[in-house]
Design a protein around this ligand. Structure first.
Ligand SMILES: NC(=O)c1ccc[n+]([C@@H]2O[C@H](COP(=O)([O-])OP(=O)(O)OC[C@H]3O[C@@H](n4cnc5c(N)ncnc54)[C@H](OP(=O)(O)O)[C@@H]3O)[C@@H](O)[C@H]2O)c1
Length: 342
């Protein structure tokens, strides 16, 4: 590693002015790990929220909230060091993947992570594009599993997707179509075309077609938009439905507010009450991102057919604050950091 290692660090929880880019010690691979020189790293909504302190109590249990904190989960880059016990990878291999929440994330020129969390880059897709996939893809896979969605359970059946035009939503549309589902995508006006392009069978503007106006006919529902809409979404499930999953549940916020024990109890109560409103026998899940080998293998298979992010806005690492502003403004598409050395 001859080039200096740089990282965007959060010095204090707060607004984007708390971000600093500076030189950091070169990461060393532990057993089972590799070090990747990062060509591109996505900035997901969770990064911006973690910067302001969201989730700090639960992430703190994993050592992922200690300051200074380097954010970022997913990346594409090149292996520059291989730790003891790693087989199948060598220096120079082009890879992409996602790292579990940590205080040494991917918004840096170099990142160490478990070799089990990476895949070989497929040919013909730019690193910036690949970097936007793993975190969203793995989260969508967990949401599908949580809702009990499989080819057998949704083939030819109707699935309702709320927040369909976002990073998760567009991937979910593509995967649900692969599984043979009939997909109804609910989105804001500016995201309607992207949902259609991703393959949704029916695209509804959420202002013209509020959730409560939709028939109670869905085999599964997925909420990637807002917790306030969860009960309404669940009420659209048909009797005998498979399940519902939400990524916008209040687990982290409850724990931030009431502490680990009190927050976990409050969240459990809230989840049980919501689950009780689902039709009998229906699964009800609060999705939490976690890297998973089966889902990564699925990503390897499908990376080449997942629709590209409708807009990809690239920022140099030194402009990380501007990249956070871009995500905060909820612009369409994805912000990507290109952490080449200064
Ligand atoms: N639990 C987890 O582990 C986990 C993992 C990944 C993501 N998430 C969360 O899941 C959500 C979706 O992620 P993403 O990456 O797809 O986000 P995104 O790219 O920002 O997309 C969010 C989508 O939800 C819609 N939306 C946002 N606020 C809404 C509201 N109040 N009412 C109706 N629609 C609304 C947006 O539509 P418009 O653009 O038209 O407003 C957009 O289609 C985010 O909140 C993210 O933090 C959670």
């Amino acid at each position: 590693m001859s080039a200096p290692c740089l990282a965007a660090t959060v010095e204090q929880f707060g607004d984007a002015s708390q971000l600093r880019v500076h030189e950091v010690p070169a990461p060393q691979p532990r057993a089972g790990q590799i070090v990747v020189q990062v060509a591109a790293a996505a900035i997901n909504p969770i990064d911006v929220r973690r910067r302001s302190g969201y989730g700090r109590k639960l992430f703190g249990l994993m050592g992922a909230a200690r300051l200074p904190l380097v954010l970022g989960s997913d990346f594409a880059g090149t292996i520059c060091a291989v730790g003891p016990g790693v087989t199948g990878w060598r220096e120079g291999d082009a890879v992409f993947g996602a790292k579990p929440p940590s205080r040494q994330g991917t918004h840096a020129t170099h990142v160490a992570l478990d070799a089990a969390h990476v895949l070989a880059q497929p040919a013909g897709i730019a690193p910036a594009q690949l970097a936007t996939l793993p975190y969203n893809f793995l989260t969508v896979c967990r949401a599908l599993a949580g809702a009990g969605i499989t080819r057998d359970s949704v083939l030819g059946r109707k699935v309702l997707l709320h927040g369909a035009s976002g990073g998760l939503g567009l991937i979910a549309i593509a995967l649900l179509k692969q599984l043979g589902a009939h997909v109804t995508a609910v989105a804001g006006e500016r995201g309607l075309a992207a949902c259609g392009a991703a393959g949704a069978d029916l695209v509804l503007d959420r202002r013209r077609h509020p959730l409560e106006s939709l028939p109670r006919q869905f085999t599964a529902t997925l909420n990637f938009a807002h917790w306030d809409d969860d009960a309404q979404l669940v009420s659209r499930l048909a009797p005998g439905a498979v399940g519902h999953a939400t990524t916008v549940h209040p687990l982290l916020a409850q724990i931030d507010r009431y502490g680990i024990a009190g927050g976990a109890l409050a969240a459990l109560y809230c989840k049980r009450r919501s689950a009780a409103a689902t039709p009998r026998g229906t699964r009800y899940a609060w999705t939490v991102f976690r890297p998973d080998r089966d889902a990564l293998n699925w990503l390897a298979e499908y990376a080449v057919m997942i629709p590209a992010a409708p807009t990809l806005q690239a920022f140099r690492l030194i402009h990380v604050a501007a990249a956070h502003h871009y995500v905060e403004q909820r612009c369409a598409g994805r912000a990507v950091l290109l952490p080449s050395p200064l």
